[in-house]
Design a protein around this ligand. Structure first.
Ligand SMILES: [Cu+2]
Length: 389
């Protein structure tokens, strides 16, 4: 029988399969470079560049760098294995291909061999050596991590909610949401817990991720020393992207936050002014204050009646924590809806009127407010410490 070229194409398709698999893996790796590049147009766009905010391989903390060290070694081994397998493979496919006029039916099978001591030893020992090569720096990385947070680390309680983040600074008496402010070059200690389902806390450029679990006795810890400011002259903080990395429901992908790095001085001023209640200077703000009454069952603003309500709710048995993010100094936040949109008046109005149009499944009630009322609430809420820290 004349060969119909089946064998050859099978070899090729097998090779294609392997190549696609490799390319796929490389794409997954490349996606680590991607991320949400700014919020300039208010939308989520993915861009793969080295300076992307979700880039994992430009680690800024010692912890992130030790992870990257292992990542680098693993990549070298992987590339070596890739070539060690694919070069002989391509050679074999070419060399032993079927020629057009070969009679495959009557062709004798090649000589069958079984067991080659040298080969079997070689392909057992070589992977063991390669794995050791990866394992030793991995162990080193894992065991060089301190087991306890350093003395005097800044403590921050992180509470995951479907689909936003709460940050409490017990020593500073501050509660905020979706933006975690940090002093540069300082040990920080996160206590992670969840109000509902399992989430996972991750600031890619600052290091690894940790699960955020529900249940009072399931508090995870994360600690590291924050990096130094890249540009100490610039005021207003440097923003790094964070993201929930545990599939936690419908809007899991929209459960983001920003870590804002400040000089120590700037951080202290932020902490001082953050809790200042809104100044009610105009009629509009006054009206906004009244209208906010319908929001305060879920939202608290420090130094206002909504805070007293929160205390009462927490004193109940069982305690009833508020469902929505703390909105103290909300005007200072860069984003809205946990990093979903840029914090502009248009996005704010859309959010209040139809939160689910921005974030599917968001548990906030929709409020069909008139333009006048919306502007009044915005004036009250967007009272801003105006970055004057
Ligand atoms: Cu989540």
């Amino acid at each position: 029988m004349k060969n119909s070229g089946v064998f050859r194409s099978r070899g090729v398709s097998w090779l294609m399969h392997k190549l696609c698999f490799t390319l796929g893996s490389m794409l997954v790796t490349a996606s680590a470079f991607g991320g949400n590049k700014a919020f300039d147009d208010g939308d989520y766009t993915v861009k793969a560049t080295l300076s992307s905010p979700m880039n994992t391989i430009a680690g800024l903390t010692e912890w992130a760098q030790s992870i990257n060290h292992v990542y680098g070694i693993t990549s070298i081994v992987l590339v070596l294995v890739f070539f060690a397998v694919s070069i002989p493979l391509i050679y074999a496919i070419y060399k032993f291909r079927v020629s057009e006029d070969e009679d495959l039916i009557n062709k004798k099978p090649p000589k069958q061999v079984h067991g080659n001591v040298v080969l079997e030893f070689a392909w057992t020992i070589v992977p063991v050596i390669l794995l050791l090569f990866i394992a030793i720096p991995t162990w080193e990385g894992i065991f060089s991590r301190p087991v306890k947070p350093p003395e005097g680390a800044l403590k921050i309680k992180v509470i995951g909610h479907q689909w936003w983040w709460e940050f409490q600074y017990p020593e500073l008496g501050i509660t905020t949401a979706n933006e975690v402010h940090l002093p540069e070059n300082t040990p920080v200690f996160f206590e992670l817990s969840s109000a509902d389902v399992i989430h996972s806390f991750w600031i890619p450029q600052f290091g690894g991720k940790k699960d955020v679990l529900p249940g009072a006795d399931a508090v995870n810890q994360m600690f590291f020393t924050t990096p130094k400011l890249a540009n100490p002259e610039k005021a207003g903080g440097e923003y790094y992207q964070g993201q929930c990395v545990e599939l936690c429901g419908l809007s899991h992908a929209l459960m983001r936050f920003e870590a804002v790095l400040h000089s120590k001085q700037e951080f202290d001023s932020w902490a001082k002014v953050h809790n200042q209640p809104p100044v009610i200077a105009s009629e509009l703000e006054k009206k906004g204050e009244l209208l906010f009454a319908q929001c305060q069952v879920c939202h608290t603003i420090s130094g206002t009646p909504s805070e007293d309500l929160e205390k009462q709710m927490l004193a109940m048995d069982p305690p009833a924590p508020k469902q929505g993010p703390n909105l103290t100094s909300f005007g200072d936040r860069r984003t809205l809806g946990a990093g979903t949109r840029k914090n502009t008046y248009e996005n704010f109005a859309k959010w209040v009127r139809e939160p689910q149009s921005i974030k599917q499944g968001a548990t906030m009630t929709a409020f069909n407010l008139s333009d006048d009322d919306m502007q009044a609430i915005a004036a009250y809420l967007r009272f801003s410490t105006a970055k004057n820290y």
